[in-house]
Design a protein around this ligand. Structure first.
Ligand code: MG
Length: 311
């Protein structure tokens, strides 16, 4: 793929709260870094490699973007992977639709299967993943990836949609919640006392619910007090990112919504198409927001920093 030139777009910000204006840099503009993908997902910043990895799921490829070189194929086939994260040792964790599993890419490049079954039945299509400070790997397992042949192949549903925690220390997989129709993006608050999960609903229904929900997280990782946190309008809600103040940056149909820890809309960044997923990156400040905007990769510098390790 040849390198497309970054093209500034007419980015529009809308402050719903005055504080949001301080998050915007005076002359920063939305840059289109690359185009021509089918469906971008799973962006993760690799600070030590100084690059972004992301998925083009229907093409079955993991892509790499670097400021100097633009876009290249990093891994093909990708086993129709979706969400990506790094563990505490910097290894890549991936959600595979077709493999119905989560994997870890070791430092030598080999791929280790971490989990593909719960109580003897296959997972559905792991969607998104984060790594907690204690090294446990949390991921969502909705149905989306096995409902069509576009993102890995239609397959039989064997599990209810669920949120899981995998512990690499003993290889155990624990179901943490089945209270979602379509658990999707997820993110811990900076202090890890909260876990945000986007509910993208049952896409086989008309007008599926689109809401961010939140759990309280106890020091041992137990979840409690699940409640609605923010209704994403216009929905579609998918990936999430969190900044150092605990604001949540959520994908939405009209772009990105920035939401305070109290659940208040602070502002929006409008994009030309819906946002699938997003992450903070850029070395060393993590002050650049990378956006999967349906078929295109965008980025914008902000006067914000992503919360520590972008797990
Ligand atoms: Mg997702």
């Amino acid at each position: 793929m040849s390198r497309p030139l970054p093209a500034p777009t007419d980015v529009r910000f809308e402050a719903a709260d005055p504080v949001f204006k301080s998050y915007i840099l005076g002359n920063a503009q939305m840059e289109c870094l690359a185009e021509g993908f089918r469906w971008i997902e799973g962006p993760v910043w690799m600070g030590d490699w100084n690059c972004l990895l992301f998925e083009d799921i229907p093409r079955n490829r993991t892509m790499m973007w670097r400021e100097a070189e633009g876009v290249s194929v990093w891994r093909e086939p990708s086993d129709y992977s979706n969400g990506l994260a790094r563990d505490r040792q910097g290894r890549l964790i991936a959600c595979s639709h077709r493999g119905r599993c989560i994997t870890r890419t070791e430092h030598d490049g080999s791929v280790t299967l971490l989990a593909d079954r719960f109580e003897g039945k296959r997972l559905n299509a792991p969607n998104d993943v984060v790594v907690k400070g204690d090294g446990t790997i949390w991921f969502t397992d909705p149905l989306y990836g096995i409902l069509s042949d576009y993102e890995g192949g239609r397959q039989e549903i064997e599990q209810p949609p669920a949120l899981y925690r995998f512990d690499p220390r003993d290889g155990s997989l624990q179901s943490m919640s089945r209270d979602f129709d379509g658990p999707n993006g997820l993110a811990f608050s900076p202090d890890e006392r909260r876990l945000y999960v986007s509910e993208t609903g049952d896409q086989r229904q008309e007008n599926p619910v689109q809401v961010l929900r939140v759990f309280d997280v106890s020091p041992d990782g137990a979840l409690s007090n699940l409640r609605d946190f923010y209704k994403v309008e216009p929905g579609y809600t998918d990936g999430l990112a969190v900044d150092t103040d605990g604001n949540i940056w959520s994908s939405a149909e009209d772009g990105v919504h920035c939401i305070s820890p109290e659940g208040k809309l602070l502002g929006r960044i409008f994009t030309p198409a819906l946002v699938s997923n997003l992450c903070f990156g850029g070395s060393p400040y993590r002050n650049r927001l990378f956006l999967g905007v349906s078929h295109s990769l965008y980025a914008v510098y902000l006067n914000r920093r992503g919360a520590r390790w972008p797990g």
